[in-house]
Each structure stands twice: as C-alpha cells, then as structure tokens.
Design a binder for this molecule. Structure first.
Ligand code: ADP
Ligand code: ADP
Length: 227
C-alpha cells in the first residue's frame, strides 16, 4: 500500500511539481497516471522510488515513511521496486543478457541463478532470441522490452514505469501493455505514467494530474484481466 498525504514538491524558483497531493494505491492495483507534460507524473513516480523527497507531506509505503528513510535503507526499498524510468538506458558495453542479469548480480545472486532468471524474464518479453545481442543492435521497442525485463527480474512487488511507450509504435506498445498487465495479474502493483490513450483504455484506475494537482481519479468498470 502506497499513501501520499498532502505531498507538495517545490523547486527553488517557486515551481511546484506537486501541490497537496493525497492518494492511496492498494496492493495489486494497475494505476495509470495521466496528464499533460509537466503535470508532475515523473516527480510522483520518483518520490515512490525515494529518488525525490517531498518539500512537505509524507509518502508512506507499507506503513513506512519513505521520505524519512536514511540513505543506507534505500537499497532495501529499491529491491521491492522495478523501475522503468526516463534516462535509465541500457548499458551499451555489454549484451542484452548481461544488462538483465545486472540487478540480480548487484544484490549478490549467483551468476547461474541470475542467468536463469534473466533468460526467463527476456522470454516473457519475447526477447530471448536477442539475449546475446548488443543493445545497439536493437530497435527502440526492443530496447524498451529489455528495460522491462531488467526491471522485473528481481520479482518486484511494485513496478514503476515512466512513459514506457514513449517512442514506441502501436505493436510494441501493445506488447508492453500486455506484459505489464500480466505482471499485475500475478499480484504486482503497477503504476504507469502515460498520455497514451491505449494505456488509459486498459486502466482499472486512472489518476489525472494537471499542474501538480490531482484533478480527477476514477476506477474503471472495465476488468483489467481480459487481454
Ligand atoms: P511530467 O512527468 O508530468 O512531465 P514532471 O514531474 O517531470 O512532469 O515535472 C513537473 C514540473 O516540475 C514541471 O514544471 C517541471 O519543469 C518541474 N521540474 C521537474 N524537475 C525539476 C527540477 N529539478 N528543477 C526545477 N523544476 C523541475
Ligand atoms: P520463472 O518463474 O521460471 O522464473 P516466469 O516465466 O514465471 O519464470 O517469470 C519470468 C521472470 O519474470 C522471472 O524470472 C521473474 O524474475 C520475473 N517476474 C517478476 N515478477 C514476477 C511475478 N510476479 N511472477 C512471476 N515472475 C515474475
């Protein structure tokens, strides 16, 4: 369970990225953050990941105030999260497989276990045949699918995806949507920012942000379990 209580984020020049945001997201929900560019979507996602601190208000995760976490505790928080954030590209000096293995190696998993899980994760995204390729040899859509495999390889409880369909064509967008829905069906909370209508159609919950404020929040009657 994620809870924002009167969260604001102000920057030095008095720009508010978020203004008095209160919301809660239950375990296993598939939530879309909608709204125009500059609305505060990235800031909200980065706060859940502990990458930004609120100027005021609190962000709770499973009863813990994550804005008060010491730097040393952040790695434990991050292990629960699969992050697909802007500007976190693949490492170009190693193979697709090595990229996806990396989060497991970082937490001290054995190389053989990391490889097994990385291959399974790539298989889920239909990218196993490119395991040995360089990321440079992949299309934008393929790179995004590898980034998702890397985000889910540690079996996170929560997936945070910032505009995961940016620069993707329709077919690749559908692959990405279906992959995220499949994770939600297996109990993972998914929070996805997008202004893509195709995503909104699949939402069982939409939170609409504008100028840093929650303007609307609705729960869809459309079941997210049909794919
Ligand atoms: P979105 O993801 O919806 O496009 P962002 O969360 O990236 O929105 O940005 C929300 C607002 O906060 C924007 O007006 C943006 O310019 C501003 N902003 C974001 N990061 C910074 C920063 N580091 N310094 C100053 N302003 C920022
Ligand atoms: P396996 O369970 O044999 O690893 P799966 O096809 O069930 O294979 O999963 C593929 C990969 O997706 C897993 O290795 C795992 O790292 C990742 N994954 C992330 N979250 C989940 C989840 N909730 N359920 C199953 N797999 C998940």
């Amino acid at each position: 369970m994620i809870e924002f209580q009167h969260v604001s984020k102000a920057y030095a020049n008095d720009v508010y990225a978020l203004r008095d945001v209160s919301l809660s997201i239950g375990d296993g929900e598939l939530v879309f953050l909608a709204g125009p560019s500059g609305a505060g979507k990235s800031t909200l996602l980065r706060m859940i990941a502990g990458l930004e601190k609120p100027s005021s208000g609190t962000v709770m995760m499973n009863g813990q105030n994550i804005s008060k976490l010491k730097a040393g505790s952040l790695p434990y928080l991050r292990r629960k999260l699969g992050l697909i954030l802007q500007g976190q590209g693949l490492l170009l000096d190693r193979s697709v497989l090595a990229n996806v293995m990396l989060p497991m190696i970082v937490v001290g998993e054995s190389v053989s276990e990391a490889e097994t899980r990385a291959r399974a994760a790539l298989d889920r995204l239909n990218m196993l045949d490119k395991a040995n390729a360089s990321p440079l040899a992949l299309s934008g859509g393929e790179q995004q699918r590898v980034a998702i495999a890397r985000a889910i390889v540690n079996r996170p409880q929560i997936i945070l995806a910032d505009e995961p369909s940016a620069y993707l064509d329709r077919d690749n967008t559908i692959i990405v949507i279906n992959a995220l829905k499949a994770f939600q069906r297996s109990g993972v909370t998914c929070i996805i920012s997008s202004h893509d209508e195709q995503f909104l159609d699949q939402a069982n919950r939409v939170i609409y942000l504008s100028k840093g404020e929650v303007k609307d929040s609705w729960t869809s009657s459309v079941s997210s379990t049909n794919s």
